[in-house]
Structures are given as C-alpha cells and as structure tokens.
Design a protein around this ligand. Sequence first.
Ligand code: NDP
Ligand code: MG
Length: 392
Amino acid sequence: GPLKTIALLGATGSIGGSTLDVVARHPGRFRIGALSAHSRVDELLALCARFRPEAAVITDPAGYDALREGLRALGLPTRALAGPAALDEVAADPANDTVVAAIVGAAGVASTLAAARAGKRLLLANKESVVLAGDLLMQAVAEGGATLLPVDSEHNAIFQCLPADGGRGGVRRLLLTASGGPFRGRSRDSLATVTPDQACAHPNWVMGRKISVDSATLMNKGLEVIEARHLFGLPADRIEVVVHPQSVIHSLVDYVDGSVLAQLGNPDMRTAIAYGLAWPERIDSGVAPLDLAALARFDFEAPDLAAFPCLALAFRALEAGGTAPAVLNAANEIAVSAFLQGELGFLGIPDLIQACLDAMPASPAGSLDDLMATDAEARRLARGLVARGGAR
Ligand code: NDP
Ligand code: MG
C-alpha cells in the first residue's frame, strides 16, 4: 500500500519500542511523522535521531528547552512541542494518517479522542482511555470515520476472530484469556508482603510497570473486560475470563453453533502492532513462529476472585455504569503508583479502589469534561486515603 505516516504517542514506552521495531522492518511502507514522551528527553532525542520525525512532543513542559536544544545540536529539522495539548495537535494533524495510542493511563484519553475525531487509523493500546470514556470514544470513531484497530493482545485476537462482515451474527460469548500474572495460585494472605519488583516480574510478557502491576492484581483483565464491552458492543454477561498461564491463546470467540475461534501466537506485542499497522494485509513482525511441540500443553483454570478482588471490582463498575469505570480507573492509577513507591501494600490496592467506588456512587457519564472532573475527584479521594492509611 501507499506510505503511511505515523504519530506514535508514548514512543519511549514498551509498546512504543515494539512499534518502532516493526516500523523499522518496513521502511518503504511506514514513516514516523511524530513521536512523544512524557519526561525522558534523552530517550526521545535518540529516537528522533534515528527516525527523523517532523514533530517531537514532550508532555512535561519542564523538558521543552532540553528537547529544543537537543534537536538543534543534532541538526534535525524536527519541530519541538511541549505540553499535553501538543498531543492532540499531532494526533489530529492531517500530515499523519495513523496514530498509535501508547501512552499509559488517563493521560492518553484526550489525544486518543482527537485521533478518533480526525478519522485516523487508530492503533489503540491505551486501554485506560476506553475504560474512562468508552462511549465518547466509540462515538468519536463513528462520527470521525476512524478505523479503530485494537492493539491489546486479547482485543486484537477477538477482532481477528469476529465475523469478517464486521457484524456480531452468531456470536455467543467473548472469552478473554488471562495469564494469571506472577502470583497465580497464591492465597490472598500470602500477597500482603509482595514487593513492586516481584509484582513486575511477569512470567510471559515484558511491559511497563503500571500494566505489570495491573496484571499481578488481575485489574488488567478487569480493565480489558470493560474495554471489550465498548470495542465489541456485547454486554458484560457475554464476556468471560479464563486463566491460561502460557499466554499463547490470546483470546477466543464462542459462536452459537458451538464453534470457538481463537487466535494464537508467541507472547510478543509486535504481532498485534503489525496487524494494526498493515490491516487488512499481513506483514512480518519479527516474531518467531509458534512451536507447538515445544510448548507441549495448554492449561486453563477459573480466575481466583478471592485472592484477586480487582477483577470483581471491575465487573461491579461495569454494571454500575456511568462514572463508575472512571472512578475505578483513577483509584487504580493512584493505588498502583502508591504501591510502586512503597506507600501502599499490594492488598491495599483493591481496598483503596473499593473504598473509592463506595464513596463515589455512579452518576450518568456526560461530556469529557464531566468525566475528567470525576477522574480528578477520585484521584484526590484516593490520594487522601493513601496519605491517611500509610503503608500497610
Ligand atoms: P510504559 O510505561 O512502558 O510507557 C508509557 C509511555 O507513556 C512512555 O512513552 C511515557 O513517557 C508516556 N507517558 C507516561 N506518563 C505520561 C503522561 N502523563 N502524559 C503523556 N505521556 C506519558 O507503558 P506501556 O508501553 O507498557 O503501556 C502503554 C499502554 O499500552 C498502557 O495503556 C498499557 O495498558 C497498554 N498495553 C501495554 C502492553 C504492553 O505489553 N506493554 C500490552 C497491552 C496494552 P516517558 O518515557 O517519558 O515516561
Ligand atoms: Mg492485554
């Protein structure tokens, strides 16, 4: 196909790096129009030197001078931009036809919406923006004529297994697989003293620290159930979670005739990213072919909701609807960051989220401004609870 120009938001992260790896394999097919980072200026400059984008965004304005000076010292014509609003600008820029939404957390919501409204090919990794503003995002995709391609491996798998006509004819259930994370099989009590490094040591995937903790609590799967509800338009009672420790079956679609279609692959995000970049074509992603004989077996089990209450909290927020998923997401972001900084124990994560859901009953979700106000209020509440509770 014709050369595609990509705005990669969150270029210095784990998904950002995997995206650039795939892009670099196909220089005649893709070019980088814009890159963003939050605060890691040196890493962003190194990527600018390698990929020579038209624009580079540093969302923390404190990094602006260093970015501008660095680009000049490198002799690059790249424009330096700073602040969160610059993300919306490059996401909607007509010079870029593809936007990869790879920022972590609710900080990615405005640029994801901007790309959808501008009708881009939108590769969506930033699941928190779907949890926070799923209805608004799907509306923006429809109105803007965007092409939404899920990068989250489970949703990418389901996208590949749904009917080719884009409908839901004959679909009975979506089955999301979960690895179970590094603490699968452990009792709730034994998790009281686990450390951030233990929580981030995922058995199958190398990822950013926030999503790694989400995988350890099973909140990642909870966020993904909410994400699936919005992306695929099926109600919560037709979305199920099954633990599959090998992370090779990325998810499944169950049809009324008893057929179950699955997408398999080695656990490497470059497969889903390459799919999104090239769809409806297929391109090499650099991922090794699957060796089934070496794998030998697939295991399955039900999730342990007693040891990992975050999954049930996500279903509760999805059922409550309105602003509840925004509260869930904000409380989780604060809880995870407090855990990573040693201010909250692992078991404090679900406790904090539950306290926020209890204290902020769901109201109808309105505009993005309303949702961001809910997000801010839930963050304030959660921070106050962390400060008062101290480390546990
Ligand atoms: P990382 O933490 O590795 O990277 C996050 C990126 O976002 C970095 O470029 C970072 O910049 C930037 N960033 C951080 N905070 C802000 C902010 N406040 N404003 C703007 N940019 C910010 O995350 P991952 O790549 O692991 O995850 C990215 C998203 O993809 C998440 O939503 C995650 O849930 C989702 N995802 C990730 C998967 C994975 O395998 N990693 C799998 C499926 C989904 P800087 O480097 O300067 O801090
Ligand atoms: Mg996933």
